[in-house]
Ligand binder design. Structure first.
Ligand code: EPZ
Length: 418
């Protein structure tokens, strides 16, 4: 297992280009199941999770190739419809295969994704919605067994906005018989990116980005070319890093309109942010002011940037209250940050962070994808030696060459075999 080493204390300076969004690429690759032929995708990030969904879909008879920077996906040969436990347990987003497999083949056998470090991560809303569309589903030996003659459009109401739930139902509905009206739908930019890919394939979808999405089923679709949107969580991670290190960074290839809540928060802690033609220029203040956050579905503050913002608050002036409303256990990074000298108290789904002048370098352990990023950020400002972040396979799931990008901004950071 690799580890990342960081000698902190250097302001980040320079330019960094953001990769394509993991959480857009995953449903878009799954959507290629909906029809055979060559789909050409640009901007797909080189990540462990992307390799995992390719491995699962290849096992079903899909083929993947590259042409320069393009990923070519062809599901003409799709025959099988089983996503095995040993792969699904490493990537819960495999549930995104359920909707398109039912739409294309009328059957699917997907290992029930277990929970993960940040929470139970149930998929009951996915299953309830697919049943409302006529699918017969039952759980057996840890697998979801699903079958249907042809899905039919239905009115669906999600008890809570679910990102992959919305994506799954969109993909199920585009080939269903009749109209599907999805209410209390998630509004994340990745939903809109999937919708634009599906429209390129000939789907009839309206309302993506709002809480009501209307889909008219069509008899068949055709292969499409699509460029994946930039990763707003990676962009937000670099914005926070620039603010935290008192840096001066041009973040290129990002969409400011995907990060309004984060931009507003970073301005309130004293960072200077200006929109540029291809992204944002972020300058960190001499000293950071504390600010409170509460994670919410889009367009609120994203839960995937909560751990990174908490790292920022550990070295701000004053106290900050961080409320995590999406997942029930997304404070695992707190104990590792406290080992670096952070002053944090957890009370249920709230954390009180009292800012300190600095953090101290220490060996720490990553526990989930975004917690790993918060430990890297803490290492960038820690004094008194080298911070070692272990178990960074978590990081490699969702960030493309993160340490290389930070190194190009002047950080003293490198990867070693643990
Ligand atoms: C997506 O997960 C993202 N993953 C997550 O990013 C992100 O944190 C999350 O959305 C919230 O924005 C991908 O897009 C691949 P949800 P998802 O369904 O879809 C409850 C990362 O770091 N819920 O929107 O699994 C659930 O428990 C990952 O890249 C049900 O109760 O999240 C949670 O409390 C981590 N029943 C809330 O809804 C269901 O059937 C939101 O979860 C589904 C969800």
């Amino acid at each position: 297992m690799d580890k990342i080493m960081i000698e902190g204390g250097r302001p980040l300076q320079g330019r960094v280009r953001i990769s394509g969004a993991k959480n857009a690429a995953l449903p878009i690759i799954a959507a290629c199941i909906l029809c055979g032929g060559e789909h050409r995708l640009q901007g797909v990030p080189r990540l462990k999770d992307i390799r995992t969904i390719q491995e699962i879909m290849s096992g079903m008879g899909s083929t993947f190739g590259t042409d320069g920077a393009e990923l070519i996906v062809d599901t003409t040969g799709l025959r099988a419809s089983e996503a095995p436990y040993e792969l699904v347990r490493t990537m819960r987003a495999s549930i995104l295969l359920l909707g398109p497999l039912l739409a294309r083949l009328g059957r699917a056998k997907i290992s029930l994704p277990g929970g993960c470090a940040i929470g139970a991560r149930p998929v009951n809303l996915h299953l309830k919605a697919l049943a409302a569309m006529g699918a017969e589903l039952h759980l057996d030996h840890g697998y979801i067994h699903a079958r249907v003659q042809r899905l039919r459009g239905a009115p669906i109401f999600f008890d809570t906005p679910t990102v992959t739930g919305t994506e799954n139902i969109m993909m199920a509905a585009v080939l269903a018989q009749g109209r599907t009206v999805l209410k209390n739908a998630a509004r994340e930019p990745e939903i809109g990116d999937l919708a634009s890919m599906l429209r390129s394939m000939g789907a009839q979808i309206e309302g993506d980005g709002s809480d009501t999405i209307v889909i008219e089923g069509v008899p068949e679709l055709s292969p499409a070319d699509h460029r994946v949107i930039p990763d707003r969580i990676e962009a937000g991670t670099f914005m926070i890093a620039a603010a935290m290190t008192g840096g001066d960074v041009h973040i290129e290839g990002m969409r400011p309109d995907h990060l309004s809540a984060v931009i507003q928060k970073l301005r309130s802690v004293g960072a200077e942010l200006e929109t540029e033609s291809d992204g944002m220029h972020v300058r960190g203040p001499a000293s950071l002011q504390a600010a409170d956050i509460r994670t919410m579905p889009f367009p609120g503050f994203p839960t995937d940037l909560q751990a990174q913002f908490m790292a920022l608050m550990t070295v701000a002036r004053g106290s900050s209250i961080i409320k995590e409303t999406i997942f029930e256990n997304r404070f695992i990074h707190v104990s590792e940050l406290k080992r670096m000298g952070a002053d944090i108290e957890i009370n249920g789904n709230q954390a009180l962070v009292r800012g300190r002048d600095t953090l101290l370098a220490a060996p720490v352990m990553a526990t989930d994808l975004r917690a790993s990023a918060s430990l890297i950020l803490a290492g960038l400002v820690a004094h008194g030696g080298t911070t070692e972040v272990r178990r960074i396979y978590h990081l490699d799931r969702g960030y493309e060459a993160l340490e290389t990008k930070f190194h190009s901004l002047g950080a003293r950071i490198w990867r070693e075999k643990a």
